[in-house]
Design a protein around this ligand. Structure first.
Ligand code: SAM
Length: 465
């Protein structure tokens, strides 16, 4: 006789979206870590598959992951699985009847869905597949509109759209538990956002960054290159207080030229606070201010639970910092002569990242995360180029292609110790440091003949973003 499934023996099936494949594992791991749970895949785990089977979780754990995930579509309590209908049947008949019965008794109502990945089935074929499950002890009544319980037969036909097998490679059956937050990608789309700019971050990616950063309710989050505040919008959605800085006065104050097609100037209320108001999270807005990320303006303390940012690459926006190349603008007491007008000088990409990591080491709480994008010239990339810091441990490094030659990498780091004097020196003497000086050349490579072949494609991307 089959033994009952204790909650620790239960298996859950997560159905994942097939875009942003690289970002899914760090997202699910981070969301489980928020519950203090490890990521424990079942045997034959394949990261590329749209279906992941996990164990060691409770239904509550799974619900809380789905309440945040934008990479996961749905989650199921897995009742059976196999490579063929026969294997599925044996597996289902092995599932403890006492674990099934609360959802199948005669007073219950239910519905069975059929989901196929990489193949579209005719309605009649779906019905046949449902009928073939008649060996399951359903005693309740079918209700298509308002069922108490939803079950799903999920068939995996592989990931190659040019080579779809006749029969599925794998079949799963389970009880639906919850859907993920894919809908947020639509409701928070920058297309309908009140205040946008040329480089506003896509809603889905902003939410993914927020999840990688393990943002939680009442956290304080900072974006040092805040732009139009897309990352603040995502963080505030999950209940965090948000603040940011940007060197651009017009962006912070919502003035100047509009990025919208049919509008010349920004309207009177086009600003970051209004963006949060649009999504009902204005109360999470702390403030934004004009400030240069290369200059120390914060008191010396660990202030932020996470730092999430999209630094300038110099493609659609300039990489500038305040400062003059002239030596004589500052007086000996560090004040400026009265006639001084701040000017700007180039802010090299490698310096942007050094400053960002040093800033994060000093201003993140212990265990806090830094999540940022690193632009990459692909033919020259190696993992050693990712900036390191003795106080920050790399958690994940995911690639998003921009063209055949360029991409950006979403880097997640966690603060593991408080900085000491020697850490700054150790950082600069680290052999990795010289490798990422090469990032200074990203802009030149991007616009050079090396990238011409896909120039159109890239321009389209950066116009959109
Ligand atoms: C890629 S954009 C950020 C876009 C933002 N994530 C959004 O959704 O709108 C980079 C931003 O960094 C700002 N920036 C450039 N140099 C800076 C500096 N030295 N200090 C602070 N902000 C700077 C630019 O004005 C720009 O708004």
């Amino acid at each position: 006789m089959a033994t009952p499934c204790s909650s620790s023996r239960l298996r859950y099936l997560i159905h994942l979206a097939h875009d942003n494949v690289d970002f899914r594992l760090p997202e699910i791991k981070a969301l489980l870590a928020l519950r203090g749970k490890p990521f424990h895949p079942c045997e034959n785990f394949n990261e590329q598959s749209p279906f992941w089977c996990l164990e060691g979780l409770s239904e509550e754990d799974v619900r809380s992951v789905m309440a945040r995930s934008v990479c996961a579509k749905s989650a199921f309590e897995l009742w059976g699985h196999g490579q063929t209908d026969g294997n599925l049947r044996s597996s289902l008949l092995n599932y403890p009847p006492q674990s099934m019965s609360p959802f199948m008794h005669k007073d219950s109502t239910y519905r069975i869905n059929v989901y196929t990945f990489n193949k579209t089935l005719q309605f009649q074929d779906r019905i046949k597949k449902i009928d073939a499950l008649d060996y399951l002890p359903f005693e309740g009544t079918v209700s298509l509109k308002t069922p108490q319980h939803i079950f799903c037969l999920l068939e995996d036909y592989g990931t190659d759209p040019n080579n779809i097998p006749e029969d599925p490679n794998y079949i799963y059956f389970g009880r639906w538990i919850a859907d993920g937050q894919r809908e947020l990608i639509r409701t928070h789309s920058v297309k309908n956002r009140h205040f946008i700019g040329n480089t506003s971050m896509d809603a889905g990616l902003s939410l993914i960054m927020t999840n990688h950063a393990k943002v939680k309710e009442n956290d304080l989050i900072f974006d040092p290159f805040v732009g139009t505040g897309s990352l603040l919008v995502a963080c505030s959605h999950f209940g965090a207080y948000v603040c940011g800085t940007d060197i651009d006065y017009n962006t912070i104050h919502g003035k100047g030229r509009s990025s919208r097609k049919n509008q010349k100037w920004r309207g009177p209320d086009e600003n970051i606070r209004a963006n949060l108001r649009q999504y009902g999270t204005e109360k999470m807005f702390v403030d934004v201010m004009v400030s240069d990320a290369s200059k120390p303006v914060w008191r010396n303390a660990a202030l932020f639970d996470a730092i999430i940012t999209d630094p300038p690459y110099g493609i659609r926006e300039s990489t500038r910092k305040t400062g003059s190349y002239k030596e004589n603008t500052k007086l000996p007491d560090c004040t400026y002569v009265e006639s001084h007008v701040p000017v700007s000088q180039a802010y090299h990409l490698s310096d942007i990242f050094t400053d960002l990591l040093n800033f994060s080491a000093h201003h993140l709480v212990l265990g806090g995360r830094l999540v940022y994008w690193l632009p990459i010239y692909r033919p020259e990339y190696c993992d050693e180029m990712v900036p390191v810091h003795p106080c920050l441990q790399i958690i994940s490094n995911c690639e998003q292609m921009l063209s055949s030659q360029t991409s950006r990498r979403l880097i997640t780091m966690e603060k593991v110790k408080e900085p000491e004097e020697s850490d700054i020196i150790a950082h600069l003497s680290d052999p990795h440091f010289s490798a990422y000086q090469g990032h200074n050349a990203f802009r030149e490579k991007y616009f050079s003949g090396l990238n011409k072949r896909c120039g159109k494609e890239d321009t389209k991307y950066f116009n959109k973003n």
